[in-house]
Design a protein around this ligand. Structure first.
Ligand code: 0X9
Ligand code: ZN
Length: 335
């Protein structure tokens, strides 16, 4: 058995136990893959759902969904475990969908940050790494004694830990965009000492690259503000296939609205929010070559923000699942 419910938010250990339960209960359709380990050594577990090869004996096109990149954004992880439960535990309902597609679902990209937001700081966003040793100015030479001492003193007093995973991907990495990606370790949007400095982003990127020819859509769930965001985020220029991307996204937000009337705004990241560098969706499209790469900012619009009550998990999950189902066929059919 398992103790998963969607009436409350869960600790990382409970989520992993639920994934293990599903893998045990449905061995023919769910494979649990440890894609790497977090900075603090927790396994990063991804559930691959597949009912096997297609009728031509080939691997089916896949849809990737991740969540929990930012510690405090609990709703994303709750939504993807709900989607996973629907796909697997109600597989007869979704047999058509599973005939046409595989699913790769990563509920918690950043387990250290997720746990830290449960036990120490509810608003923690970043990973929990400490890069003080790898910084240029932390290496002692007789001529930089003052710099060296300053560096360590500052670190000792502030102990700035963590990197923003959504600034750490190796695509236009480290460009400071209007203050929304920072080279300051104490900042909320610290990009890290180098691209993929975080084991979490590196593990995810390695797995995606190794499977990129199968992945047709990349979805990353964040919160909050109810937006379906389109690349690019590092530049105000639009991708050449922008109209395809917006047409698909429109179908998703229309399907979302039909469930409970929830309105999701649609548009490029740079118009609705702010330009950023090193984001996962830009990397998925720009480097891994996945045409349909979107960031979805889930409920709400700011009433509760990151403290979204657990009573909203199921309604949020239902509408997002409807939105994804509405476009799954479109993005996976071969054209
Ligand atoms: O700033 C972010 O990383 C995301 N917002 S959040 O409040 N969840 O932190 C926005 C990311 C939007 N996507 C891209 N800009 N690529
Ligand atoms: Zn986020």
């Amino acid at each position: 058995g398992h103790s998963m419910t969607w009436k409350r938010y869960h600790r990382y250990g409970d989520i992993v136990r639920y994934l293990e339960y599903l893998a045990f209960r449905y061995p023919n359709m769910l494979e649990l893959i440890t894609i790497g380990h977090s900075y603090e050594g927790q396994p990063i577990k991804m559930a691959k759902v597949s009912t096997g090869l297609n009728k031509d004996g080939e691997r089916k096109p896949a849809i990737w969904i991740d969540a929990g990149m930012h510690g405090r954004e609990w709703i994303g992880s709750a939504v993807v475990t709900y989607i996973l439960s629907q796909l697997v535990e109600r597989n007869s309902t979704y047999s058509k969908l599973l005939d046409n597609s595989d699913w790769m679902i990563l509920p918690v990209v950043n387990p250290d940050g997720y746990e830290y937001s449960h036990i120490s700081d509810r608003f923690w966003r970043k990973t929990r790494s400490n890069h003080v040793e790898s910084q240029e100015d932390s290496r002692y030479t007789p001529s930089n004694l003052l710099q060296f001492v300053t560096h360590y003193t500052r670190w000792f007093w502030t102990k700035c830990e963590g990197v923003d995973p959504n600034r750490n991907f190796a695509y236009h990495w480290g460009e400071e965009k209007e203050g929304r990606a920072s080279s300051d370790p104490c900042h909320e949007t610290y990009s890290g000492p180098f691209a993929f400095s975080e084991p979490e982003t590196k593990a995810m990127a390695d797995y995606i690259l190794a499977n990129k020819q199968h992945i047709r859509m990349y979805l990353t769930l964040h919160s909050y503000s109810q937006m379906w965001l389109l690349p690019w985020s590092h530049t105000r220029t639009k991708p050449s296939d922008y109209s395809d991307m917006i047409n698909v996204a429109k179908k998703a937000i229309n399907a979302i609205a039909k469930v409970h009337g929830t309105h999701y705004q649609l548009g490029p990241v740079t118009d609705l929010m702010y330009p950023i560098s090193g984001s996962s969706d830009d990397w998925a499209k720009g480097v891994a070559g996945i045409k349909y790469a979107y960031t979805v900012e889930l409920r709400d619009r700011g009433t509760y923000g990151f403290l979204l009550p657990a009573t909203q998990i199921v309604p949020t999950a239902r509408e997002i699942w409807a939105g994804i189902r509405a476009i799954a066929r479109l993005v996976t059919c071969n054209t």
